[in-house]
Write a protein that binds this ligand. Structure first.
Ligand code: AMP
Length: 417
């Protein structure tokens, strides 16, 4: 039997409503904060991710879906959204606009990871990016938008951690100090961390295997200059003023290379996905636009995993199939003919209605109406055809009444919650 590729998922009709709920909430929230959608290609030149995400990251080092096209150019299915957005901002000179550019995206991403609960090879992200301002208020606004979406989805209990990773120069100084501190115990570290120590030492801070060994490492805060500290303090002040709870996690670093200053992450209790608990995160990346060929343009963004949001909603039983307004039950050939124009006029009037396309016996049609989660069954037999009426049955209470056909739409609309 043919099967879907490892690490991918079919989103079945039983689940799609959760996805629609998330996408609706996300798009409305973006609109309220004046973010506009940008759609970029699903594959890009491999070099974009090598330069934009960072050679020494797990994503680029181990997880890219890379292939050669027919002209032997190396292409990669995008593993994250920011690099493509920045490429588009540079290519279309969106940075030249007088105002801050606030952009968002929703779509599939690809990482060749070991699949497990909550971790896929094809997954979906919603992300936002704002270009053109170094104001700490924009960092706070980014966090507020993420927080609003979580609140509207009923996931306000997610824990928010914030940290600063300073500037590239400050991080460089800290990396040297960290390396020197860890050198005496380097041979006790896991093989991943030994490799990271050479190329990307900050990443050892969030290694779960070596957490106990690395408890007393120096903290990055001590290498930060006054400007970086002032920026971080302003972000924390603004986030607090917005009424958003968070903790300062001094060891929070993010997986991708391009962050400067603010880094933040939301997580849910570990048992939601086994060992994984991050649902979204982001930060400031003031150097990336210049790094990818544009002028110096400060920027800040975030990304959430939609599968993970959907899983949290699953656990909370939120966003199940929406109710249909009515299901038609037609008893006999004349009744089938009679419901045809009624179905059309109901749908044109904005009502969600269906009928049993298997034309089963009336009892089975009524059972189908219940399974389809219709509010009403609209029952039509020979008598109703002759009298131009229908029997309108409220399925939850089983109350029924005879209604003239021309009043059906008004009755269904009037009873909408
Ligand atoms: P990142 O781009 O690594 O910061 O990831 C941002 C968010 O995307 C994470 O918090 C997850 O919710 C989601 N995410 C990242 N990788 C995966 C994956 N392999 N499968 C499902 N969701 C993921």
């Amino acid at each position: 039997m043919l099967q879907k590729p490892k690490g991918t998922a079919d989103i079945l009709p039983t689940h799609i409503n959760r996805w629609h709920t998330i996408e609706r909430v996300v798009r409305r929230a973006c609109q309220r904060y004046d973010y506009q959608e940008l759609r970029t290609p699903i594959f890009e030149a491999t070099d974009l991710f090598v330069r934009g995400v960072g050679q020494a990251t797990d994503v680029v080092d181990k997880e890219m879906f890379t292939f050669y096209d027919k002209a032997q150019r190396s292409m990669t299915l995008r593993p994250e959204g920011t690099a493509g957005v920045v490429r588009a901002v540079v290519e279309h000179k969106l940075y030249a606009a007088a105002d801050v550019q606030r952009l968002y995206y929703v779509g599939p991403m690809f990482r060749y990871e070991q699949p497990q609960s909550g971790r896929y090879r094809q997954f979906h992200q919603w992300g936002i990016e704002a270009f053109g301002s170094a104001s700490p208020l924009l960092d706070a606004e980014t966090i507020a938008l993420g927080h609003d979406v979580l609140t509207q989805l009923g996931i306000a209990h997610a824990a928010l951690e914030i940290n600063t990773v300073g500037t590239a120069a400050e991080r460089g100084r800290y990396a040297q100090r960290l390396r020197a501190h860890v050198a005496p115990i380097a041979d006790q570290l896991c093989s991943d961390c030994r490799a990271r120590l050479g190329r990307n030492p900050l990443r050892i801070l969030d290694c779960k295997k070596d957490a106990a060994l690395l408890q007393d490492v120096p903290v990055l805060m001590d290498d930060l200059g006054a400007e970086s500290i002032a920026h971080f303090e302003a972000v924390c002040r603004h986030v607090a003023a917005m009424g958003i709870a968070f903790v300062h996690n001094r060891r929070l670093v993010r997986g991708l290379d391009y962050y400067t200053h603010t880094a933040f992450e939301w997580s849910v209790p570990v048992d939601t996905f086994g060992s994984i608990h991050a649902i979204g995160g982001g930060g400031r990346y003031d150097d990336l636009v210049a790094h990818l060929g544009g002028p110096h343009t400060p920027a800040v963004g975030l990304a959430f995993g939609i599968e993970r949001l959907a899983r949290v909603l699953d656990a909370q039983c939120v966003g199940e199939r929406p109710m249909l307004d009515a299901c038609f039950v037609a008893m006999g050939d004349a009744a089938v003919e009679a419901i045809v124009p009624m179905l059309s006029s109901c749908r044109r009037a904005g009502l969600a209605v269906t009928f049993d396309a298997l034309h089963r016996k009336p009892k089975a049609q009524l059972k189908f109406a219940v399974r389809a989660q219709a509010r009403y069954a609209v029952i039509v037999g020979d008598d109703e055809v002759a009298a131009h009426t229908v029997v309108l049955k409220h399925l939850a209470t089983e109350r029924q009444q005879i209604v003239p056909q021309e009043q059906l739409i008004t009755m269904l609309h009037a009873s909408e919650e």
